[in-house]
Structure formats: C-alpha cells, structure tokens
Design a protein around this ligand. Structure first.
Ligand SMILES: *[C@@H]1O[C@H](CO)[C@@H](O)[C@H](O)[C@H]1NC(C)=O
Length: 180
C-alpha cells in the first residue's frame, strides 16, 4: 500500500501543466512543449517561426482559463488575446485561431476562481514568458532542446513541421532523445 502511495505521488508530480504548440490544427501533429509551465507565463515557440495552428493545454486544473495570443508591436510579452477557453470539468483544452485568423504566437493559462468561462485578457495576461523545452515529432518521439545548439533547434523545428519520422532524424540528435 505504501508503495502504491509513492507511485501515485510521483505520477502527480509528473503531470504538471503543459502548453503544447501544435503544428496542425485541432491539436494534431507534432508539437513544441512548455513543460510544467506556471500560470500567466506565455509559452512561445522558437523566435522567427511562423507561429502555431493550434494550442493544446494538458494536465490543467479544472476551470482553468486558457488563451492564445498573436504578436503585436507594442512590446507586451504576449501580444493580443485572440482565442480563449476553459478546461471546465476536465484537465485539457484545445484552441484554434478564430476563423480567418493567422497562427498563434503563444499561449497562457491561469486558474480561475469563477466556475464558468471567466476568461478575459486580465485573467490571462502574461507576467513572464518561456520557450519550449522539448519538441515532439508527429510519431511521438520527444527531443529535449535544452543545451541544443541554435542551428540544430531550427532544423528540428523544420523536421517536426514537415512530418519527419524518428528513423529519419539525423544521428546528431540522439543525445537529446527524451527517455519516456
Ligand atoms: C524535412 O526537413 C528536413 C530538415 O530540414 C529535411 O532534411 C527533410 O528533407 C525534410 N523532409 C521533407 C519530407 O520535406
């Protein structure tokens, strides 16, 4: 019994809030992930990439507000809030840009004290930002980008975008493979 308790608390610690910058709409395809991201912290992809077609929010608390941002030129950390939602009674949410909208530059979440859809720019406003710490191919293979040289990160983004499978990822990335 004690053993089971320990396992369960380890599981709880591992399931921290993640924001996934998905490379296909509807939270499909490969993604870049900001693991264990704090509330009101914008998860951004690599600078200079085209943005992301959908945002996945995973392992969130119930009733968490979630938002998607597009960059503006006014120097705000996040930019403009263009889509928002709420995890309701679940722990996950997926945001797509508004019809005709372009891609997201980043996403944030924040616990909400209100039960229903109390989502607005104030609640989701960013006080901080972080970039993705790992990239995951459409086939599920995960690579940590911490300590990875800039050029390799850029190339790995390209490979996640174009649907490269793990067998075709160059050997140089082997040391960055996440153990899962
Ligand atoms: C995907 O991107 C990688 C890295 O730039 C490239 O080597 C590969 O040929 C591309 N594959 C496709 C199918 O476009």
């Amino acid at each position: 019994m004690r053993f089971l308790t320990i396992i369960m608390s380890l599981t709880a610690a591992a399931s921290a809030a993640d924001i996934r910058l998905r490379f296909e709409g509807g939270c499909k395809g490969g993604f870049a992930v900001c693991s264990n991201i704090a509330a009101r912290t914008c998860c951004n992809g690599e600078r200079g990439t085209q943005g992301t077609p959908s945002l996945g929010f995973v392992n969130m608390p119930h009733n968490a507000a979630v938002g998607g941002w597009q960059a503006t030129r006014n120097g705000q950390i996040c930019g403009a809030l263009v889509a928002s939602g709420n995890t309701g009674n679940g722990n996950n949410a997926c945001l797509n840009p508004p019809a005709g909208g372009s891609r997201f530059a980043g996403g944030t979440w924040n616990p909400s004290s209100k039960k229903r859809y109390a989502v607005n720019e104030d609640i989701l406003e960013c006080t901080n930002s972080q970039v993705a710490d790992a990239l995951v191919l459409a086939d599920g293979k995960k690579y940590n980008v911490k300590g990875m040289e800039e050029g390799l990160v850029t190339e790995l983004y390209t490979m996640v975008w174009n649907g490269t499978v793990k067998e075709d990822v160059p050997e140089v990335y082997a040391t960055f493979e996440a153990l899962e």
